[in-house]
Design a protein around this ligand. Structure first.
Ligand code: GLC
Length: 739
C-alpha cells in the first residue's frame, strides 16, 4: 500500500511540475504574475497594454491567456459594438437589466443596497464575458449643470466614499474588475478634453479625492480610469502627480490605470506617468477605424521600437505588464470565479430595491401622498411619463431587456382600481436612438405648446389627482455625457404647464425625472414633489409603488437642491470658475475651482443661503424624531469617537429614516465648513418603535488637509457633533474634545 502511495505522490508531483506556475491556481497571484512576465516576449508585453478593438485588449495567445474585454457602464452592461466601430454589433443576446442611475443609489444612503447593486452588475458582466466593467462613476457634483451628474454619487465626499466601497466590493466579488472613474476632477463635460483644473490642495484632498481614495484603499478597486481633463497641465490619463504620486505611491494602488477612451495625448508621459492600459486613442490625427490604428497607439509599436532602440529600458513596461497580469489573474485567469447571470429575477429585484430606497419625497403638503386611488380619476401628464430613459446619455446608454415607463407602471398597479388618463402636456425630445440602439418609440406630436397645455388643463379640472412627470432626459445639453446644461431651468416650457395645472387642481403631484436639481419656481403652488431619478428597467414600478404607498419613500438628497444658480459656489466667481477661460493661443481652458472646499451645503452654510431642499433632505409617509445624541467618550486622544442617538418612528406607518451626523470644528487655525457629514445610518422602524443607533468616527473625521505638511491634520480643541435626518434638520448636538 505504502509503495503505491509513494508512486502516486511521485506521479502527482511530476504532473504538478508540468503545470507552469502562472497556470497553477493554487499559487498566489504575485508568483503567477512574475512567472508569466518572465515567459512573455517584448511584443507580447506591448500587446497587453493597449486596445486591440473598441473595448478589448490582447491576452497572450501563446501562453493561453485570453483576450481581455471591458464594457460600460455604471448602470448596466452596454450592448456590444462592432470590433472597431461605435455602432452596434447587432447581436440579439446582449440586452440587460438597466439599474437605477447612481444618483438614485446614492440617495438610498444604504451601503448594503450598493453592495447588492455592484454584485448584480458583476453577475451581468460575467455572463456577458467581460473582465472589467467601466464603473462606477464618482465625480463630485460641483454644479447642477454637470452633464454626467446622473452617473455619480452626489456632492459629498463622505457619502460618496461610503457608497462606492460596497459597490466595488460587490462587483469584484464575482471576479469582474471595477474601473472607478473619472480620476480626477472631471466635474463637468463641455470642455472635458481641454480643461485644466486649478484647485487648492485642500479642496482636492477634502472634496474631490476621498471617494477615489476609499474605492482604492477600502474597496480594493482593481481598475481606475484616468479622466480626460488636465491637472497641473498634464492629462489625467498620464499624470505624474495624480497617478504616480497620489494613486500609486501614496494610496498603494496595485491595479491598472486605464485611459478614458481617447484620453492619452503624449508618448513620453504615456510611458512614464502611470498609464497602464491605453484605450480609444486616435494618434497622429487618426480617425476612428483606421486599419492600423491600434499599432499607432502610444503604448504600441512606437513604444516597442523605442525600447529596441534603447531609448527606454523595460522598467516602465514591466511595471505596466505586472499590473495588467494581476488584473488577468484576478479575473479571466481566476478559476474560482462563480457563474454569471443575465436578466435574472434577482437582478430585477435589486433594480426595484434601489428605486424603492432611492426615490426622494421632497414635499408632501396636506399629505396628499400616498394617493387613495379607489374609484378615482388619475390624470398623468408629461413626456417623461412615457419616454424611455435607458437609451441615451452617452456611454452609460443601454439596451434594456425592458423598461416600464411611469405611465405603464401606474396602469399596472391601478388595474381595476382607479382609471388613469394621460395628457402629453409638453413635447421635449422625440429622438430615441443612441449608438444604434433604438427605443422603438414614436413620440412625435405636432401640437403646439398652447394646445398641449390647454388639453392637460382641461382634463385636470375633472381629475381627482394629477401626476405630472417632467424633468430632464438623456439628450444633449441635458443629463448627457459630452455637454453640460446651459441653465438650471426646466426645459420645454414645463414651468408654464405645471403652473397652469396646479392652478386648477389642488391635488397636483410633480415627479421630477432627472439626475440633477432643476429650478422649481412654482413649488409653493404644487403640494407634492417627488424626485424620481432615472430608474432604469423597473422605473414605472418603483414610482407607482411610492405614489400609491406600497413603498414608504426613504431616499434622501445626495446633493443640495438649489433655488437657482445664484446659490452655487461654482457659479459665484464668474467664467474663470466655470466653465473656465481659454489660455491664450492654446487648446487649454483653465477652470479654477475658486469656491475651494465650499461645495454644496458647505457653500450654502457659509453664505447663509437657504436652498429649495437641503442636502440629506427626504420625507416619509410617517414621521421620525432624532434625539438624545450622546458622545460615549466626551474626550478623545486618538480622535476615535463613538456616539449613540435615538431614532423614533412617531407616525403610523413603518418606514426608514437616515440619521446623519455632522461634525463642526469649533476653533481651527484654518477656515473650515460650518459642518461636515461624517457618519450616517439608515434605520427601519415600526410605528412607535425607537432604536438607538451607534455611530463611530475616527481622527480623519476631525481633520483638514494641511497644505503646509501636505497631510491630514486634526487640531486639538473642542468639536461639536450634530445629528438629525437632513443637513437642515439637526435636532440634537453634543460637544467633545480632542486632546
Ligand atoms: C467615454 C466615457 C467613459 C466611458 C468610455 C468608454 O468617453 O468618458 O466614461 O467608459 O468613454 O465608452
Amino acid at each position: 500500500m505504502k509503495k503505491i502511495t509513494l508512486l502516486l505522490f511521485a506521479f502527482a508531483s511530476l504532473l504538478q511540475a508540468q503545470v507552469p506556475v502562472y497556470l497553477d491556481p493554487t499559487k498566489d497571484i504575485e508568483a503567477r504574475v512574475e512567472d508569466a512576465l518572465k515567459r512573455m516576449t517584448l511584443a507580447e508585453k506591448i500587446g497587453v497594454i493597449h486596445a486591440q478593438s473598441k473595448f478589448s485588449s490582447a491576452g497572450v495567445k501563446r501562453l493561453g491567456i485570453p483576450d481581455f474585454w471591458t464594457d460600460d457602464g455604471p448602470h448596466g452592461v452596454r450592448p456590444d459594438v462592432l470590433w472597431d466601430e461605435w455602432e452596434q454589433a447587432g447581436q440579439s443576446n446582449d440586452s440587460c437589466v438597466a439599474f437605477p442611475a447612481l444618483t438614485c443609489l446614492a440617495a438610498s444612503w444604504n451601503p448594503e443596497v450598493s453592495r447588492a447593486y455592484g454584485h448584480a452588475l458583476g453577475e451581468e458582466g460575467l455572463y456577458r464575458g467581460k473582465g472589467m466593467i467601466l464603473a462606477p462613476g464618482i465625480n463630485i457634483y460641483r454644479t447642477p449643470l454637470g452633464g454626467r451628474n446622473f452617473e455619480y454619487m452626489g456632492e459629498d465626499p463622505y457619502l460618496t466614499s461610503r457608497m462606492v466601497v460596497p459597490y466595488v466590493q460587490g462587483l469584484q466579488s464575482v471576479g469582474v474588475a471595477s474601473c472607478v472613474k473619472h480620476y480626477c476632477l472631471n466635474n463637468d463635460e463641455e470642455y472635458r478634453h481641454q480643461v485644466n483644473v486649478i484647485v487648492s490642495d485642500r479642496a482636492l484632498h477634502e472634496i474631490y479625492l476621498p471617494g477615489f481614495e476609499a474605492a482604492v484603499k477600502e474597496g480594493k478597486a482593481w481598475g481606475v480610469m484616468g479622466a480626460y481633463n488636465l491637472y497641473k497641465d498634464e492629462h489625467n490619463c498620464h499624470n505624474q502627480y495624480t497617478l504616480n504620486k497620489i494613486l500609486k505611491k501614496d494610496w498603494g494602488f496595485d491595479g491598472v490605470l486605464v485611459s478614458d477612451w481617447g484620453g492619452a495625448h503624449d508618448f513620453d508621459q504615456a510611458v512614464r506617468n502611470g498609464l497602464d492600459m491605453e484605450f480609444g486613442t486616435w494618434t497622429d490625427g487618426l480617425t476612428m477605424g483606421a486599419t492600423n490604428a491600434y499599432d499607432m497607439y502610444y503604448l504600441s509599436k512606437q513604444y516597442q521600437k523605442a525600447i529596441v532602440e534603447g531609448k527606454y529600458t523595460t522598467k516602465e513596461l514591466d511595471e505596466k505588464v505586472r499590473r495588467v497580469l494581476r488584473l488577468f489573474f484576478r479575473t479571466t485567469m481566476n478559476k474560482q470565479r462563480p457563474y454569471g447571470f443575465l436578466c435574472s429575477e434577482s437582478h430585477y429585484e435589486v433594480a426595484q430595491k434601489v428605486a424603492a430606497e432611492g426615490i426622494v419625497l421632497l414635499q408632501n403638503e396636506g399629505n396628499i401622498l400616498p394617493i387613495k386611488p379607489q374609484g378615482k380619476k388619475i390624470l398623468v401628464v408629461g413626456e417623461n411619463a412615457i419616454k424611455m430613459m435607458t437609451v441615451g446619455g452617452g456611454s452609460s446608454s443601454l439596451k434594456a431587456q425592458h423598461e416600464i415607463s411611469p405611465l405603464e407602471g401606474l396602469k399596472m398597479r391601478l388595474k381595476g382600481i382607479g382609471n388613469v388618463d394621460f395628457a402629453r402636456g409638453y413635447v421635449g425630445d422625440v429622438g430615441g436612438n443612441y449608438n444604434g440602439v433604438s427605443t422603438g418609440q414614436n413620440l412625435k406630436d405636432d401640437r403646439t405648446p398652447e394646445v398641449l397645455i390647454a388639453e392637460a388643463v382641461e382634463k385636470a379640472k375633472t381629475a381627482d389627482y394629477v401626476i405630472i412627470f417632467g424633468g430632464l432626459n438623456k439628450s444633449d445639453y441635458q443629463d448627457c455625457e459630452g455637454h453640460d446644461r446651459k441653465s438650471m431651468e426646466l426645459p420645454y416650457g414645463q414651468d408654464k404647464l405645471i403652473t397652469a395645472i396646479a392652478a386648477v387642481n389642488k391635488n397636483t403631484i410633480y415627479v421630477n425625472i432627472s439626475g440633477n436639481a432643476v429650478c422649481m419656481p412654482w413649488r409653493k403652488q404644487v403640494p407634492a414633489i417627488v424626485q424620481g431619478w432615472f430608474l432604469g428597467s423597473e422605473a414605472g414600478i418603483g414610482l407607482a409603488d411610492v405614489l400609491l404607498g406600497n413603498t414608504n419613500p426613504s431616499g434622501h438628497l445626495p446633493f443640495t437642491w438649489y433655488e437657482n444658480l445664484s446659490q452655487v459656489g461654482a457659479h459665484s466667481f464668474g467664467e474663470a470658475a466655470f466653465p473656465g477661460i481659454w489660455r491664450e493661443g492654446k487648446k487649454i481652458i483653465d477652470e479654477e475651482y475658486k469656491e475651494g472646499i465650499y461645495v454644496g451645503y458647505r457653500w450654502t452654510d457659509k453664505q447663509k443661503l437657504k436652498p429649495a431642499f437641503a442636502f440629506g433632505h427626504g420625507l416619509s409617509y410617517t414621521t421620525f424624531k432624532v434625539s438624545n445624541l450622546k458622545a460615549v467618550n466626551a474626550v478623545t486622544t486618538d480622535g476615535n469617537m463613538t456616539f449613540t442617538v435615538d431614532v423614533t418612528n412617531t407616525g403610523s406607518m413603518e418606514g426608514s429614516d437616515v440619521v446623519q451626523l455632522y461634525i463642526t470644528d469649533s476653533k481651527c487655525s484654518v477656515d473650515r465648513p460650518v459642518k461636515e457629514l461624517k457618519a450616517f445610518q439608515k434605520v427601519s422602524l415600526k410605528p412607535g418603535e425607537t432604536k438607538t443607533v451607534t455611530l463611530k468616527t475616527d481622527k480623519r473625521a476631525l481633520s483638514f488637509w494641511d497644505e503646509a505638511s501636505d497631510d491630514w491634520k486634526a487640531e486639538p480643541g473642542q468639536f461639536v457633533a450634530q445629528a438629525g435626518d437632513a443637513s437642515d434638520r439637526l435636532t440634537c448636538k453634543v460637544k467633545f474634545t480632542l486632546q
